[in-house]
Design a binder for this molecule. Structure first.
Ligand code: TRP
Length: 363
């Protein structure tokens, strides 16, 4: 038998521009995976239908954000000749698959999903949870399985979705016969990247908290945000010993700095460990650490900003990338939907046995 193809499916909800939390947690990793050449196919989905599950009253926001997210993808280096970028709502097969998968999942199982639980709390839904929102883990299983994805590079918060998907795959295959592919989550290796805090030190970077650095921020925006970042509140005078735990500047340095950056921007230190030691001992001021972080961030973000500026001048081309990507995605998902219906034996009009069977019954 031919070796199983390695296929990536991943995506983001278009509810605004993407920020460096998304970038560290998953986007940067996707570009590396794309450029590794190890994957046979890569699908990157703008999950507008999922975004609508908790934004039903604001389709305008989703509509605008589709282009923002597409520009973010292209500017970080997602290459449309290597990866298919597409829009979820254009692939109606995904909705159809979800409907069949819903029969394989219990309400109590959905209620136990920790990500959904946390999101319900964050949005103050309490008892007014939209049914669509509640079932989005099932629709996410449809997204993943429709492309026969083996690998799903996402942030750590998506782990419960992958678990749910794997359960649906097992159940489907057990009930209807071996059909669906079991996916694996792929997390970035760098621990600091897994959960990048907001610039204010709060656990999550989020638009509503106003603690984000966006991929599309100007150089000056980034500088201001870095220079006002949360550090160790007890590190008052330069000579005081400083704490690294919960110190956002050092978490960001863990996520983004490389040893080469020291030679270039801060040659008095050989590497991050030396800088950390000095901070802990006392004698290293926050401003110096922040200036270094700013240089590191600017180096990372400058090429992204430049590519974005180029694509902003070619919105027609971005539109075509999304449109043709969505068509390719639709064709792929349709093949899986056919397999699913065949396995469930509901492919009546493609199955010549159906008519013969029925005729025989009524003879
Ligand atoms: N839930 C993801 C997010 O909030 C978006 C998403 C939808 C997704 N379907 C997916 C991610 C399938 C990976 C695979 O960003």
């Amino acid at each position: 038998m031919a070796e199983k193809k390695k296929i990536i499916l991943t995506g983001d909800r278009p509810t605004g521009k993407l920020h460096i939390g998304h970038y560290a947690g998953s986007l940067k990793h996707r570009v590396e995976l794309q450029n590794s050449g190890e994957y046979d196919k890569i699908f990157i989905m703008i999950a507008d239908a999922q975004a609508l599950t908790d934004n039903a009253d604001n389709p305008a926001k989703i509509r605008q954000s589709i282009m923002e997210v597409a520009l973010d993808y292209l500017s970080i280096g997602i290459d449309p000749s290597k990866s298919t970028i597409f829009v979820q709502s254009h692939v109606s097969e995904l909705t159809e698959l979800s409907f069949y998968y819903m029969n394989l999942v219990t309400v109590s199982r959905l209620q136990r999903n920790p990500t959904v639980k946390a999101e319900i709390q964050m949005r103050n839904f309490e008892t007014s949870i939209p049914v669509g929102f509640y079932t989005y883990p099932i629709s996410q299983a449809a997204d993943i399985t429709a492309f026969e994805a083996t690998t799903v590079p996402v942030g750590e918060d998506q782990a419960p979705m992958l678990e749910q998907t794997r359960e649906i795959v097992h159940k489907f295959n057990a009930v209807y016969g071996e059909t669906l592919t079991e996916p694996n989550i792929l997390l970035p290796d760098n621990r600091a990247c897994l959960r990048l805090p907001g610039t204010d030190g709060k656990a999550k970077m989020s638009k509503s908290l106003g603690n984000c650095i966006y991929l599309s921020d100007t150089e000056e925006d980034v500088r201001k945000k870095v220079m006002s970042m949360f550090t160790d509140p007890d590190h008052i005078r330069v000579q005081d010993p400083g704490k690294l735990e919960g110190n956002t500047v050092f978490t960001y340095l863990d996520a983004f700095s490389k040893t080469e950056h020291f030679a270039q921007y801060l040659p008095e230190y050989a590497n991050l460990d030396e800088l950390k030691e000095h901070y802990k001992r006392g004698g290293l001021g926050d401003v110096k650490a922040k200036k270094f972080l700013n240089s590191v961030m600017q180096e990372e973000l400058a090429p992204i900003r430049a590519r974005r500026a180029e694509y902003e001048k070619k919105i027609d081309q971005v539109y075509e990338i999304l449109k043709s990507g969505s068509e390719t995605a639709k064709q792929t998902a349709a093949k899986t939907l056919d397999k699913v219906k065949h396995a469930m034996r509901i492919d009546y009009f493609h199955d010549p046995a159906f008519l013969a069977e029925q005729k025989q019954r009524f003879e």
